[in-house]
Design a protein. Sequence first.
Length: 549
Amino acid sequence: MLLTAKGLRSSGGELQSWENPDYLFRWRGFVYLLGFAPGAASVREFSRLMAAEGLDRAISSLKGHFFMVVKEKQTHTYICFTDNNGGFTAFHSKTAAASSFLDLVTYHGLTPVSLNRDSVMEFVNFGNVFLNRTLVEGIFRIDRNQVIRFGPGGKSIHSKNLAPIDAGHGDFDYLQFFEKFAHSARECRISVDLTGGVDSRLIAVMLDYFGVPFETTVSGMDGMEDVEIAKEVAAALGKPLHITYPCIDGLEDSIPELFRLSDGLNDTFKHYRSYQHNRNRVKRGIELALSGIGGEFLKDELWLQDFPFYSSRMARLERLVTLRMFPIPCKDDYFSKDYARRNQNVKQAVVQRLSRYQMDLNTKTYDHIYYQYELPTIGGNFLTAANRVLPSYAPMMEPEFVQFGFQLKRRERFFNTFHRKTISQVNPAISRIRTSEGGVSVSADKWEVGKDIQKYVRDKSIRLVKVIERKLFQTSYTRQKADHPDLYERIRNSQFAKDAIELLKEENILHRRVRLHEIHDAHLSHFLSLFLFVDFLHSTKGQCSLGNE
C-alpha cells in the first residue's frame, strides 16, 4: 500500500476496506475498538467518532497493530497513520508513504548510493535501525504519534498528541480492558503463544477467565523448558497445545519470502521459526495470534542490569548499552576503512541518544528507553512481520497498559508481584505451575511465595552473571534457544553466505581480507540480511508494481 499526493496505490489482496459517503478507509493489520468486533465493525464506529469528536480523539480510541489510510472524499485529501503503540511499521518520504519500506524504496528507484552509512553500522551491530530511521537517506518510519496528510497543499505531518509514558495514575482497570477485548475477539479463532514465562500465561488465563475459546501454541524442540512448561499450562487449562518443531529443510528456498517479511530492515533469519509457526496456524484456520509482548512493563525484567538497586537516582546508561543492548560489538577488523571508523563510534552514539530519556529514577529511565527506543523497533518489526502472515496482536503494548506498568510501585514489579496477584486471582491452579524463571511459580499463596523467594533471587543473579559473561567472553546468552539447533551452522555453511560476504566486500563495506569464519554468530545473520537489502537496491528499477486506485 503506497500513498502519494496523486492517491493510493495497492496490491489489493491484503488490504481491508470500509467506506461511507464521506470517507474511504483502507488498512493493513489488526484494528479494533474495545467492545466492537475487529475490522469493519470497529472502523464503522471509528468513523462515527471522527464525526462526533474529531480525528485526534477518535484515533486515541483505536487499538491493535495496523497502518490505515483515510480518504476524505469531498476534499480528495488523504491521511495515514499507524497504531498508537508502535506495533506496526510504516514509512514515509518527502512525497510518499507506504506500509512497506521495500515498496517505498522501489517507488523511488533507490540504489546503493542512498545507503546511510551510520545506519548500516547500527544494523550490523544490532540487527535493527532505531529512532524511526532506516537504512537509506530520505525514508523514515512513521512515528506512532504522527498523522501524515496528503492534500492540495502537498504533504504535512501532524501530532496525535498521545499522552507520555508517565501520564497514567495507576488507576487503569486491566480486568475491564481484557473483558472488553474478550467481547471484541469472541468470534475470532484465536491462538495464544505459550512459553515458560509469565506474560503469555497472563494472556491465556485472562481469556480463559472471560470465557473466550482459544488454542495454545509453542514453537521449539521437545525437552526445552519453554515447551515442557507450555505443555503443563495447556493441560491445566484444558486447551489443545499445538507445537511447531523448527525445521531447517528448505531454508535457502525460504530466504526471499523471509526477506519480504523482514521488509529489509531487520534480521531476516530471526523470522524463520515464527514464519513456520504462523503458517501452521493459518493452515489450522486461526484468525488471530496473541502475544505477551509488553508485559515487560509489569515486572522488573527491564531493570536487571541494576538488580537489586531499583530506586537509584542515577541511570547507568553505558552499563545498560554494554550489558543489555550491545554485549558483543562488531570488530573493527571486519570493515573497510570508513566503516571501521564509524564502527568505533556506534556505542557512544547510542549512549548519547539514550540520554534524552532520563527521568528521576534509574528504573523509570530504563522503562522510558525501552518504550521510546527499543519496543517500537524490535517489537514492532517482529509484530509487523507476523501480521504479514497472520493477524497478530500484543494487548499489553497498548499505551494505557504501559502507563499503568510505569506507575506501579517498584515492589509491585519486583518478584513478579503483579503477575502473582492477577493470575492467582483468576486461576489459582495455573499460578502454581513453575515458570522458566528459575522454576518459580506465579502464585500469591504464602507457602508458594516462601519457596520461590530464594529461587527468584538465584535466577536473577544467574541471569545477570550470564549477561556479564556474554560481554566478557563474547558468547551468546545461555537461555535455551527455540530455533533449530543447527540453524546458524546451516546458514554459515551455505553458498548463500559465501556469496553475501563477497558482495559486501565488493561494496567496500567489509574489508577484503575478512573471512566468513571470522564473523561472530551474533553478527553473521545481520551481515547476510544487509547483503539481501544491498542486492535488492541493485535490482530496483524505479517502478512501483502497485496499481492506482
